[in-house]
Design a protein around this ligand. Structure first.
Ligand code: NDP
Ligand SMILES: O=CC(=O)O
Length: 322
């Protein structure tokens, strides 16, 4: 019998390809950029397994033109780029990587919070540009982190890990979810609030809810108006949760103090993106889970999901039913 066939949508290390080649033939997209839809259709039409990332739009169009496909495994916890309904209709299993990246992403989210609050990139540019004159009493004054109020929208795995870090800074922690998470309240001393109350009280507003139809542009112009003028907005979930033009206006007009962003409405963004030229914004290229250890583990789990799917076995982390 012919070996099954796998398409991997990114360059991957040899050990991972060799692991998959023991069971299948493997085709790899050798560019570090999203596979365009037409190419994705072409490369998956004969595939039994698709190994993808956050950047591929795995649409109904792609899925319906891949009659052999049994498993889609994304090297990410978020799966908003995959048409789950089309996958279910076509009896394709979908796997993701929850848990393994939680602490690494929480580290990055807290780093963004600190960098934006204390204006680190802006201050560093002063030295890079040879503009540091002397110690100046009111140069680069930012917002205090210690003892401030953190509002987390989406108190899931990563939200709670961020709250744990915040507790070490004696922060007051507010959170908003669709449902209360009483265990988290006990573990990190977080207080459940309605969204509007959180927006009005928080010194730091941090979005960690997934991109869903319900969270699309959840943070809009009105939400920014409700925030303190000294508030710092942090987004390391997905760009779709924020109305980006409204964020740009809020930053330009001083409705909020600053922002730390790891994700954007349309990724990648370039140097000409309006958010990049704003001095009160820290921008990162979607690197939340990017530690060497975590990315290796995510790749390995994703490869396991592919192999499990090819054998018709349950996936270790199948995406939850919605
Ligand atoms: N920047 C990066 O590199 C990374 C980004 N991410 C992003 O972080 C997200 C969260 O990951 P993780 O913590 O593991 O996921 P979880 O599923 O553990 O947490 C998500 C939380 O969001 C809450 N939520 C869902 N819908 C809403 C809503 N409409 N309003 C308010 N809260 C909501 C959920 O609670 P409830 O159901 O009660 O509402 C849940 O507690 C991922 O989906 C991904 O988009 C993840 C990893 C890396
Ligand atoms: O954005 C990354 C993810 O794991 O989701």
């Amino acid at each position: 019998m012919d070996k099954p066939h796998i398409f991997i949508a990114r360059p991957m290390p040899h050990w991972l390809i060799e692991k998959l080649e023991q069971e299948a033939t493997v085709d790899v997209w050798n560019k570090n950029e999203a596979v365009p839809e037409e190419e994705l259709i072409r490369r998956t039409e004969e595939a039994d397994g698709l190994f993808c990332t956050v950047s591929e739009a795995v649409t109904r169009n792609v899925i319906e033109q891949a009659p052999r496909l049994k498993v889609i495994a994304t090297m990410a916890v978020g799966y908003n780029n995959i048409d789950l309904e089309a996958a279910r209709e076509n009896k394709i299993k979908v796997g993701h990587t929850p848990g393994v990246l939680t602490e690494t992403t929480a580290d990055l989210t807290f780093a963004l919070l600190m960098a934006a609050a204390r204006r680190l990139p802006e201050a560093m540019d002063t030295i890079r540009n040879n503009e540091w004159g002397s110690w100046a009493p009111f140069a680069f004054t930012g917002q205090d982190i210690y003892g401030a109020t953190l509002g987390i929208i989406g108190m899931g795995r990563i939200g709670e890990a961020v709250a744990k870090r915040a507790a070490g800074f004696d922060m007051n922690i507010l959170y908003h979810n669709r449902s209360r998470k009483r265990e988290a309240e006990e573990r990190v001393g977080a207080v459940y609030t309605e969204l509007d109350e959180l927006l009005g009280q928080a010194d730091f507003v941090c979005v960690l809810a997934p991109a869903t139809p319900e969270t699309e542009k959840l943070i809009d112009a009105e939400a920014f108006r409700k925030m303190k003028k000294t508030a710092v907005f942090i987004n390391s979930s997905r760009g779709a949760t924020v109305d980006e033009p409204a964020l740009i206006d809020a930053l330009r007009e001083g409705e909020i103090f600053g922002a730390g962003l790891d994700v954007f409405e349309n990724e990648p963004i370039g140097a000409d993106h309006p958010l990049v030229s704003l001095s009160n914004v820290v921008v990162l290229p979607h690197i939340g889970s990017a530690s060497e250890k975590t990315r290796r583990q995510m790749a390995d789990i994703t490869a396991d999901h592919i192999l499990q799917g090819l054998k018709g076995e349950p996936l270790t982390h199948e995406v939850p039913e919605t």
